[in-house]
Design a binder for this molecule. Structure first.
Ligand SMILES: [Zn+2]
Length: 397
């Protein structure tokens, strides 16, 4: 099966294997740990699972391992506690292996060719708080040099002990467009630089090649919706660190998709990308991908809002002036930081001509009138306040 055919196959069967009860709102330490234990228990020895260390607040950090091949791969997700998409995709991936008993020939080969170690929740204290940082208030992805956090120290230690040839650094990013287009970034990829000259030694080229493979195989579903993440050298980040410690590391940033607040589609893309990449690292076929698939990706851009309300008639209240405008809103705090049950609030970021911008949700105001100043720029407002001001009906996503 070619990589593209494999991806197509995975695309078609994914929903049967999704662990449906797990969502961003309950992707917490207790739930994920219990699910991992359960998956390992049901796997007939295929998946080994255990605690490898503990967080600042002594939550156990767990690792799952499958396969017994010579290509060693390390995946870690949710080092930013509020970035759960890849964690959920990993659970789905393990569930797929367990449910199918890895009987598909490509799966059997994958287990023979690779040893895959997965740390699905690097920062459980942050996850508990729906926050980026660890319990110390430290961004552990800026701790790859000092290793002051127990979580950072553990990740460094695992890289040293396991010596993986390949690494996957799994994150969620803010709402972004692909370059200056109005297409939303569904995934952003980066083989991080390991020096400030951004040289491309073999260790980084291999990671770029894996990125090219993912871009190629996913382009059949989301062509034009894959971007690259900021390429600046950040020596304190783990991606850059891993690369310099000899592990070819690819950063995958989960982005967004229109009208998909729980990011279920992006979760599915992760599932396909990870399984396809692991398979193709295993049999070496990732090397066949044209590097242009990676090199031609556009960087993340700023042409995307959470919501655009289109065609509002602004007026100054005196009857002397009125004009048509669009209103661009960003959710603040972002949805991923919102605890279940909390209402969503938005900031008015821009009023004016947004015809070159895209949005995850677009609302037509059909010329509803709005007095200047009623929706002030930069102020955080409940969505209901905004829709009431415009007398439009809209259910919060
Ligand atoms: Zn992150």
């Amino acid at each position: 099966m070619t990589p593209n055919a494999l991806a197509t196959f995975l695309f078609s069967i994914y929903e049967q294997f999704r662990v449906n009860y797990l969502r961003p709102g309950n992707c917490l330490h207790k739930e994920i740990t219990a699910e991992l234990r359960e998956l390992a228990a049901r796997s007939n020895g295929m998946i080994k699972e255990g605690e490898i260390g503990a967080s600042t607040e002594k939550r156990g950090i767990h690792m799952a391992t499958f396969g017994h091949g010579e290509k060693k791969i390390l995946l870690w997700s949710q080092m930013h506690g509020d970035e759960s998409t890849a964690t959920l995709a990993i659970v789905d991936m393990l569930n797929y292996l367990v449910e199918t008993e890895a009987r598909e020939p490509w799966c059997t080969e994958l287990l023979e060719q690779t040893t895959v170690h997965i740390i699905p929740m690097m920062n459980p204290d942050g996850a508990e708080r729906f926050q980026r940082q660890t319990a110390l208030g430290v961004d552990m992805n800026r701790d790859a040099r000092m290793l002051m956090t127990p979580e950072g120290m553990l990740l460094r230690e695992m890289q040293r002990r396991l010596g993986p040839g390949f690494g996957f650094n799994l994150h969620d990013q803010g709402v972004a467009s692909v370059g200056t287009t109005r297409k939303v970034t569904a995934l952003a990829l980066l083989a991080p630089a390991l020096d400030d000259k951004r040289t491309t030694p073999p260790v980084r080229l291999r990671a770029m090649r894996v990125g090219a493979l993912i871009a190629r195989t996913l382009s059949q579903f989301i062509g034009g919706h894959i971007a690259t993440y900021d390429d600046a050298f950040e020596p304190r980040a783990f991606g850059d660190g891993m690369q310099s410690w000899g592990t070819s590391t690819l950063l995958i940033e989960s982005g967004h998709w229109p009208d998909d607040p729980e990011k279920m589609f992006v979760r599915k893309l992760n599932f396909i990308a990870l399984l396809t990449a692991i398979r193709c690292i295993g049999n070496g076929s990732y090397q066949d991908t044209e590097m242009d698939w990676y090199r031609q990706l556009l960087p993340n851009g700023k042409m995307m809002y959470d919501i655009i309300i289109r065609k509002v008639e602004l007026h100054d209240g005196t009857g002397l002036w009125s004009g048509m405008a669009d209103i661009g809103l960003m959710e603040e705090p972002p949805r991923q930081n919102r605890r279940p049950g909390e209402i969503s609030t938005f900031v008015v970021q821009e009023i004016g001509d947004l015809s070159f911008h895209g949005a995850l949700t677009e609302i037509e105001a059909n010329g509803r009138r709005l007095r200047v100043g009623v929706l002030p720029l930069g102020k955080t407002l409940p969505l209901a306040f905004i829709t009431d001001a415009l007398q439009i009906h809209f259910d919060s996503p």
